[in-house]
Ligand binder design. Structure first.
Ligand SMILES: C[S@@+](CC[C@H](N)C(=O)[O-])C[C@H]1O[C@@H](n2cnc3c(N)ncnc32)[C@H](O)[C@@H]1O
Length: 259
């Protein structure tokens, strides 16, 4: 790609405004099914299977309040809204362009007061502030993020995990996929991406930020979650549900920066 993004959210705007239209314009017959940015990642059958394996068993009773991080064009947003009839979803994304697509795709749900969208600004407590603004702290049933946090380094991701711990009610769940360098497919991608990314050090890209199950468990358990993985889905990514422990107090905001 020749365009440059000066801000992280703008990288994803470029994907929507420039890279995806180029993909769709190719003469490859596979491009014919591409309607929304993100349709190129998987198939409707795969997304349904993910919902059946990861969401359906965890969402009983169905959530009333949910927060999605990185909805993109909303393939999972739409599924949660459709299958959980009383849910309200707050969808947070760094990309204004992705949010515009989501808002167009799910305009009826927005009009019905079931979906709210907000752009995440690069401020560490912005997620917290959006939750407080809605009066949702400590009352959210579900936080979810699929195929998005694979791009987020642990130093940034942990800000979302802390915010999720404060937003969720005791027993509330966070469902997420992150990139796993220790899985066979994850390891293969780590190796394959060496020539793609080495020269981009320090620049904004969509490279993967690698984690592994022990790191996920270690950090989430320290901030008040019990973690379970979905080994049947393990491929390039590790999938997990983290349940907010009822007995733990809500984690405080981080202290002043320590260096
Ligand atoms: C690969 S797309 C996946 C979108 C959607 N979840 C799906 O499965 O189709 C990644 C999404 O995550 C968003 N994103 C990337 N980094 C983010 C961050 N640090 N915080 C919130 N959203 C982020 C992007 O703007 C984009 O909407």
């Amino acid at each position: 790609m020749t365009e440059r993004a000066d801000d992280y959210g703008q990288y994803w705007d470029l994907y929507v405004q420039s890279i995806f239209p180029q993909l769709r314009a190719t003469h490859d017959p596979a491009a014919e099914r591409l309607h929304w940015p993100g349709d190129e990642w998987g198939t409707p059958e795969i997304w349904d299977k993910i919902y059946a394996m990861v969401f359906a068993p965890e969402l009983d009773p169905p959530p009333a309040r949910a927060i999605e991080i990185g909805p993109g064009s909303g393939k999972y947003t739409a599924m949660v809204l459709e299958r959980c009839p009383d849910v309200q979803v707050l969808a947070l994304d760094v990309s204004a362009a992705y949010l515009s697509v989501l808002e167009a795709r799910l305009a009826p749900e927005i009009a019905a007061g079931r979906l709210f969208t907000r752009r995440l600004l690069p401020e560490w407590d912005y997620f917290d502030r959006l939750v407080r603004e809605r009066g949702w702290e400590g009352s959210v049933d579900l936080v979810f993020s699929i195929d998005a946090m694979v791009h987020v380094d642990l130093q940034y991701l942990v800000a979302y995990w802390l915010a999720a711990a404060r937003a969720l009610r005791p027993g509330g769940k966070m469902i997420m996929s992150v990139a796993d360098a220790t899985s066979p497919h994850g390891f293969d991608k780590l190796m394959a991406d060496v020539p793609n990314y080495f020269s981009t050090q320090g620049k904004i890209t969509s490279k993967f930020e690698w984690l592994c199950p022990p790191m996920v468990s270690h950090v989430l358990e320290r901030i008040g979650f019990d973690v379970r993985f979905f080994p049947k889905l393990a491929g390039r990514d590790c999938w997990f549900v983290a349940t907010r422990r009822p007995a733990d107090p809500i984690p405080a905001s981080p202290a002043a920066p320590a260096r």
